[in-house]
Design a protein around this ligand. Structure first.
Ligand code: ADP
Length: 160
């Protein structure tokens, strides 16, 4: 059976940390679905369509990566897409505590789905989308934190 993993997140915007996790995970899975969260209650900086467009551009030459969006429970999305794995990246012990709770709850809800964690490479530990957004909002240059194919000037974020 095909090993399909879902990599869920906000990707607001996608960073080189996210990109590295997906590329490394391609050696573990046959297919990875980058599932961009469409949360009606949580306002994002970049609109959903823009976030998806950026992710699609990053993986345009990787046929084993699919980009989609979803609402609702991640485990339900996995079930609907024959995905047996949830992929998450770990940067710090704070990430671990947060992810542990989610993964354990997911395990209770959907025992057949395994959450797989990849530890970030040290040079990406400090990168997170909140900081990248703050830099962009304040007119700074965040180029070094986003994948090389992304030209941030091409995308417009929304002020909150
Ligand atoms: P969320 O909205 O769930 O926090 P994110 O878009 O921030 O989603 O992140 C999605 C996944 O990518 C999470 O598992 C997160 O830990 C991981 N991630 C984010 N930044 C990095 C990074 N710099 N290195 C490795 N993994 C990361």
């Amino acid at each position: 059976m095909k090993k399909i993993a879902v990599f869920p997140g906000s990707f607001d915007p996608i960073s080189i940390g996210h990109e590295a996790i997906v590329r490394r995970a391609l050696s573990l899975f046959d297919e990875i679905i980058v599932a961009v969260g469409a949360n009606a209650l949580k306002k994002s900086f970049y609109p959903l369509a823009t976030r998806k467009e950026m992710v699609t551009k990053v993986f345009q030459n990787e046929p084993r990566v699919r980009v989609d969006h979803y609402e609702g429970l991640t485990v339900d999305y996995c079930g609907g897409n024959d995905a047996g794995y949830i992929l998450r990246g770990l940067r710090t012990s704070a990430d671990f505590e947060f992810e542990r709770a989610i993964a354990q709850v997911n395990k209770v809800m959907a025992p057949g789905i395994e959450t797989v964690f990849l530890l970030t490479v040290p040079e990406h530990t400090h990168i997170n989308s909140t900081i990248v957004r703050d830099i962009i909002r304040n007119g700074g240059d965040a180029t070094m934190f986003v994948p090389g194919v992304i030209n941030l000037k091409d995308y417009k974020g929304e002020e909150d």
